[in-house]
Design a protein around this ligand. Structure first.
Ligand code: DUC
Ligand code: ZN
Ligand code: ZN
Length: 473
């Protein structure tokens, strides 16, 4: 009789803390043992020459979500989770998005119905709170937080989602009382509106002007204000999709003041630039997201902040809209930039892009890669140590990487429903060739070996910063 259901033998295991040659024994869907020369497994994987990493956690993606203009994202829980899985991500945390007037509890029920039977990977939800009425703050949110929805995103811009400063304070105060984590989209709404109106009045309506309207100063000011409001409310906060060097400086300042301010960035701020929005014709629309990709020189600042710990997590902000009338072209091929759906896809390439440009180049350690792609997400959102690491007792969610595999990216290779990738034609080195979720081999050499619906809903615990997480890994 075998000792384990599965043994991954001869690989190099990396966590956020260490890298070492080590076998991994899996039993009952969990990691049962780490060590040299483990006993026999019913199944065995020869991982010689390979890296054995925790499956990625993508804690910022928009799946089966309706925008405030009524457009629906191109990916549902089946295509989105499959795309994540094939890129080495084994847990994702999309949003259950409340539009104004909607009951938050009903919104959560609706997303549960969307995900059930479809997701290939385990999932949790953040809530998007756009209507913080007294009953939402006093009744719905406290109950939802206790049910495992312990993080929520709020917006300082977007006409139909944004909260004013007083509402932001009220949400932060509730988060402090109930031990939840607030994620803030920090851009100054009035600045963006004012610049947009001036640009459009001058006939500057092409996609490239989106990056002009969403100026870095608007991000810097709102980041500072978000930090200040969290300081006044006395609660940790996470600034999501940080793009501008000037916003990063605000986070550094806050940390130096001893404030519990966390930061997230995304592939589009490391690998795309504002020049991508100026591609011929209307092609720039494919690269439009908020905040937008910045000038080329800005990328270095984002890299440094992700490497030195100023930014804690690296997520995709996968917000998939096809380049057709269901998405980017809904208002026509010449629509003014302000009417084009915001968002870029990135679930599947998030990890390979960072591995190739970060780890393979020697810019980022393997341990830091694991921290910003998996471990810190689990800690931040109360899923650690069940998720995000390789340790006895953790779920056996593992991506086995061939660190030398060279892949040329093309949309046809990907499993989302977007039809294009902003990273078309790039060559990446390193690829997650075998993916294991809950102890089962769910993907191998490009083949999908799992069924939709195997993924389970994960209630989140107390977010790390609220549980006094201070450790920087
Ligand atoms: N910006 C967001 O805030 N959300 C989704 C996509 C985007 O570009
Ligand atoms: Zn956002
Ligand atoms: Zn987003």
């Amino acid at each position: 009789m075998a000792d384990f259901d599965l043994v991954i033998r001869g690989g190099t295991v990396a966590t956020a803390g260490d890298t070492a040659p080590c076998d991994v024994g899996v039993r009952g869907g969990r990691i049962a043992a780490l060590g040299a020369d483990l006993g026999k497994g019913t199944r065995e994987i020869d991982a010689r020459g390979r890296l054995v990493l925790p499956g990625g956690i993508d804690s910022h993606c928009h799946i089966a979500q309706a925008s405030s203009f009524g457009l629906r994202t191109a990916d549902d829980f089946a295509s989105g989770s499959l795309s994540a899985l094939m890129g080495g991500t084994t847990t994702f945390i999309p949003f259950a998005c409340q539009h104004r007037g909607q009951s938050l509890r009903q919104v959560v029920e609706d997303y549960h119905a969307e995900a059930r039977g479809k997701s290939y990977i385990d999932y949790a939800y953040h809530l998007i709170v756009s209507d913080p009425t007294p009953s939402v703050l006093g009744q719905d949110l406290p109950v939802l937080i206790r049910d495992g929805f312990t993080s929520f995103k709020i917006y300082m811009t977007y006409e139909r989602l944004r909260l004013d400063d007083r509402q932001v304070l009220e949400v932060l105060d509730l988060a402090r009382r109930e031990r939840a984590l607030v994620m803030i989209h920090a851009e100054n709404h009035d600045v963006i509106q004012w610049l947009t109106e001036k640009l459009l009045a001058a006939g500057r309506s092409a996609p490239k002007y989106h990056a002009v309207a969403h100026t870095p100063q608007a991000e810097r000011e709102a980041t500072h204000r978000a930090i200040t409001l969290a300081e006044i409310a006395g609660v940790p906060v996470l600034i999501v999709h940080v793009s501008a060097a000037a916003a990063i400086e605000q986070i550094r300042w806050a940390r130096a003041e001893g404030l519990a301010v966390h930061g997230e960035t995304c592939p589009q701020y490391l690998f795309l630039t504002a020049a991508d929005l100026d591609r011929p014709g209307f092609e720039g629309a494919k690269y439009m997201c908020s905040p937008p990709p910045r000038e080329a020189a800005n990328q270095d600042h984002v890299w440094r902040a992700l490497i030195d710990g100023t930014l804690d997590v690296y997520s995709s902000d996968h917000a998939p809209y096809r380049y057709d009338v269901t998405g980017k072209l809904a208002k026509g091929p010449d629509a003014p930039f302000k009417t084009v759906a915001n968002g870029v896809p990135g679930l599947e390439l998030r990890l390979p892009l960072l591995f190739s440009e970060g780890v393979v180049t020697g810019r980022m350690t393997l341990e830091r890669f694991v921290a910003v792609t998996a471990t810190n997400h689990a800690k931040l959102y109360g899923l650690y140590p069940r998720k995000g690491t390789i340790t006895p007792g953790a779920d056996a969610d593992i991506a086995i990487w061939d660190p030398a595999r060279v892949v040329t990216v093309t949309a046809a290779l990907l499993h989302d429903n977007v039809g294009y990738t902003p990273y078309e034609g790039r060559r990446v080195t390193g690829w997650p060739v075998t993916v294991i979720a809950g102890g089962a081999i769910v993907a191998d050499e490009g083949k999908v070996l799992a069924e939709p619906g195997r993924g389970q809903f994960l209630p989140c615990g107390v977010p790390g910063p609220l549980a006094r997480m201070t450790e920087a890994s």
